[in-house]
Design a protein around this ligand. Structure first.
Ligand code: DC
Length: 231
């Protein structure tokens, strides 16, 4: 199915499967996939590795100085899109529980959000992009042609994140994963700058009881209906 040159914004809670579905849509419709959470995670990793988050307290001034030389970027690798800090691929490191536990406070810092927004805008100018995050449809691309807000029960989301981490060779406890998820839900939805919230014109997808295939069928129906595609 051929679709027009659009931006698809997928927002929602942690571990609702936004990136999985976004990657599949990118493949299906030849779009560029951008994971905005990975950018916040890359910045958080840099902070941890450079002593800017000692004991969980973020050194905001140090971080502000570091941003211009961070070299944060997305590149296409044989395994798919990956996040880089300079020449170093950090795709695996940014998914650790340590990064997950600090990324929400880092992403609540206004100058960090401005930095990421500028990068996302540069990518979005070319259209044909599917982006996932927390504020894409509300703040980054309020003019996105298609907006979806994804949600699922906390139990289903914690189980998904747990399985994902185990598959990557990590050994988290289920309690720690659930605690981190609920903490991030809270911080992400209550921060002052662009909190996680549904755009008024976003379609809601609760995938607690859906297979990936059912989600894709749902998206296809939505896209056909919205853009009047008849095939
Ligand atoms: O999608 P994720 O779990 O990888 O995102 C990591 C964190 O980044 C999330 O807890 C909040 C933050 N984030 C954000 O504030 N705004 C976005 N558009 C994307 C992510």
């Amino acid at each position: 199915m051929k679709i027009p040159d659009i931006i698809i914004a997928i927002d929602g809670y942690s571990s609702t499967g936004k990136s999985t579905v976004a990657k599949m849509l990118a493949k299906e419709y030849s779009l560029l996939y951008l994971d905005s959470g990975a950018m916040y995670r890359g910045i958080t990793l840099h902070a941890i590795e450079n002593g800017l988050a000692e004991g969980g307290a973020i050194d905001e001034e140090g971080l502000r100085k570091a941003l211009p030389t961070l070299g944060l970027d997305f590149r296409v690798t044989p395994e798919g899109n990956a996040t880089f800090l300079g020449d170093r691929c950090v795709e695996k490191e940014i998914r650790s529980l340590e990064v997950s536990s600090l990324v929400s406070p880092v992403s609540a810092i206004p100058f960090v959000r401005e930095y990421v927004d500028r990068k996302l805008h540069a990518f979005g100018e070319r259209k044909r992009v599917v982006m996932d995050g927390r504020d894409i449809g509300t703040t980054v691309f309020p003019e996105a042609e298609l907006k979806v807000f994804m949600t699922a029960s906390a139990e289903v989301r914690a189980r998904r994140r747990y399985d994902e981490m185990v598959a990557k060779g990590q050994t988290p406890s289920m309690e720690a994963v659930m605690k981190n998820l609920l903490e991030r839900d809270y911080i992400d939805s209550h921060r002052e700058v662009s909190p996680l919230s549904r755009a008024a014109d976003a379609f809601i997808l609760d995938n607690s009881e859906m297979t990936l295939h059912e989600e894709l069928v749902w998206f296809e129906g939505l896209i056909k209906g919205k853009f009047g595609i008849l095939e």
